[in-house]
Design a protein around this ligand. Structure first.
Ligand SMILES: [Zn+2]
Length: 276
């Protein structure tokens, strides 16, 4: 596992950015609902029409990096809100497109993001109550949709896209964990909270869930079929009717597409699939 904390330039196309300079006051966090290579390609493509400032994820296994689409001292069109575009550094986080536990960005993405949040706070001297620190406020009910965000930069300096947009971005990104960890880094300490994200992730992974087989080679199931996974007992049950799948989805959320790699990681190998 390695982290490259120095942003790498992947400049957004000229058509995707206003080219205005500014002094940022804080951060707006996003999730990609996808992966770093795709997001970077999208923002470099002039037909996209917008771009955030940064994206965090991995281009190859085990290496995590930060892509710079628009430098932090320039306005980016990433937040769908003029006030936050002007005053916030927008950061995308790589994650699975699926909903549910699988959509949470990895612990590594959280870790690199926390380091980057800390670096930005120190660089721009973001102070709340007289000292450099990050403070999160999340308004998932879109309190500030189409408006300027009261207190941003003075009472708090980190928020999620959903504060100003009618969408649930950054969904399962753990912004509170990132802010806690970043503050630990700012204060020069090691991070007892660092374990938390792993533990939280582990807990979520162990919850029962529905998955849709996404393995063209049929190593664990039949492509497109829905399975009920109980990790605790390492059992996989084939869901045989749409009615049953809908029933289970009410309790466990919609089925998520699972590749063989994810399946193996979660269940530690190929368990027996039992019919209902
Ligand atoms: Zn977003």
């Amino acid at each position: 596992m390695s982290y490259n904390e120095t942003p790498i330039a992947y400049p957004a196309a000229g058509a995707n950015r206003p080219g205005r300079s500014r002094r940022p006051l804080g951060i707006v966090d996003h999730h990609m609902a996808g992966y770093l290579p795709g997001t970077s390609a999208m923002f470099m493509n002039p037909s996209t029409g917008y771009a955030t400032n940064y994206g965090i994820g991995s281009m190859r296994s085990g290496v995590f990096e930060i892509h710079e689409y628009v430098p932090d001292d320039q306005v980016a069109w990433g937040n769908g809100n003029d006030f936050l575009n002007t005053y916030a550094v927008s950061i995308e986080h790589e994650n699975n497109r699926a909903a549910g536990p699988a959509s949470k960005p990895t612990p590594e993405v959280h870790e690199l993001s926390a380091r980057f949040h800390a670096a930005l706070a120190l660089k721009w001297d973001w102070r709340i109550d007289g000292r450099v620190q990050l403070v999160l406020r999340d308004f998932p009910n879109h309190d500030f949709y189409e408006r300027s965000v009261t207190g941003f930069g003075t009472e708090f300096n980190v928020t999620g896209h959903r504060t100003v947009a009618l969408k649930d971005c950054p969904r399962d990104l753990d912004m509170q964990w990132i802010v806690d960890r970043a503050n630990t880094i700012i204060n020069g300490g090691t991070a007892p909270q660092q374990l938390t994200i792993w533990q939280r992730q582990e807990k979520e992974i162990r919850m029962p869930y529905l998955m849709k087989c996404d393995d063209s080679e049929g190593r664990y199931g039949e492509i497109g079929k829905v399975y009920y996974i109980l990790v605790e007992a390492a059992t996989v049950t084939e869901v045989q009717s749409v009615a049953e799948a809908n029933n289970l989805a009410l309790r466990f959320g919609d089925a998520v597409s699972v590749t063989y790699a994810t399946f193996e990681k979660r269940l530690g190998g190929k368990p027996t699939v039992t019919p209902v």
